[in-house]
Design a protein around this ligand. Structure first.
Ligand code: NAD
Length: 271
């Protein structure tokens, strides 16, 4: 049962990177439900992306799948070229694609470091740059939205919570925090809104080990005051709100959607 039934994004065109699985797939579904046309970017799983497109079409929505590695400049430019050709413009970018390549710090290879930074941070730069160029060219269309464009950067609670064994990932998300704020400051006068969502622990393939068994999930819940793991649609609903005019005065903010994970649950008793 959809929680947000109003077509708050009617007529708008959204690109969700890494949109064929997990959080990205939930955002794509939620935005399609809210009336947006959705481009589902994928890296290699064409079948999963096409399945999403078919599902959205079956519900009366409009979607397309577009392959690109977000860490590659030319591929990102080509992807935006395809979108411009198909839809003429873009209104919403959700820079969601992200990876983890975990290792104890002294064993972390340069390749593990570089790859995580390339996808999680450079990928956001490359996609946001193309989106800002298009929003600037096109300007405001008041009948579509109060903003000339919206960018949502997918960050993580690990933009503020340090994470041993995941130094590359935490560094990339810490980078997303200041990337988002600096860009938001730079383009707000053009009526472009840039914000971030920082999810806590969400049940997706990226962190399967943390929820796959009952014991692992119980252990994880100790870190979550609300005592449940997040579901991808928790983030889907937040993204729709952040892309809609209901949040028009929200600029340069990180929305923590984490069941209270950033509330220092270790201090619940004592301290
Ligand atoms: P996921 O693995 O299902 O999604 C990541 C997606 O990014 C996949 O579809 C993958 O194919 C895609 N991707 C990876 N490299 C890419 C590349 N080079 N180009 C294009 N696409 C690429 O996991 P998820 O949990 O849905 O992750 C989505 C985002 O949410 C990530 O940025 C992740 O860091 C963030 N996040 C997730 C959690 C969580 O608990 N699941 C928590 C905080 C933040």
């Amino acid at each position: 049962m959809p929680l947000l039934t109003e077509k708050t994004l009617a007529g708008q065109r959204a690109l969700v990177t890494g949109g064929s699985s997990g959080i990205g797939a939930a955002i794509a579904r939620a935005m399609a439900e809210a009336g947006a046309r959705v481009a589902i970017n994928y890296l290699s799983d064409a079948e999963a992306a096409q399945k999403m497109v078919d599902e959205i079409h079956a519900c009366g929505g409009e979607a397309l799948a577009v392959q690109a590695d977000v860490s590659q400049e030319q591929e990102v430019e080509l992807m935006f070229g395809i979108l411009m050709e198909r839809w003429g413009s873009l209104d919403i970018l959700v820079a969601n694609a992200g990876i983890q390549l975990d290792a104890p710090f002294s064993e972390m290879t340069l390749a593990q470091w570089n790859t995580v930074l390339a996808v999680n941070l450079t990928g956001q730069f490359l996609c946001a740059r193309e989106a800002v160029k298009e929003f600037t060219r096109r300007g405001l269309i008041p009948e579509l939205s109060s903003a000339a464009g919206k960018i949502i950067c997918m960050s993580s609670v690990h933009d503020v919570i340090p994470w041993a064994g995941h130094v590359n990932y935490a560094a990339s998300k810490g980078g997303v925090l200041m990337f988002m704020k600096s860009l938001a400051q730079e383009v707000a006068h053009q009526k472009i809104r840039v914000n971030a969502i920082s999810p806590g622990a969400i049940r997706t393939p990226i962190n399967r080990a943390a929820w796959e068994t009952q014991e692992a999930e119980a252990e994880l819940n100790k870190l979550i005051p609300y005592e449940r793991i997040g579901e991808p649609m928790d983030i889907g609903h937040a993204a729709v709100w952040l892309a809609s005019d209901a949040s028009d005065y929200v600029v340069g903010t990180t929305l923590y959607v984490d069941g209270g994970m950033t509330l220092y649950p270790g201090f619940q008793e004592g301290g």
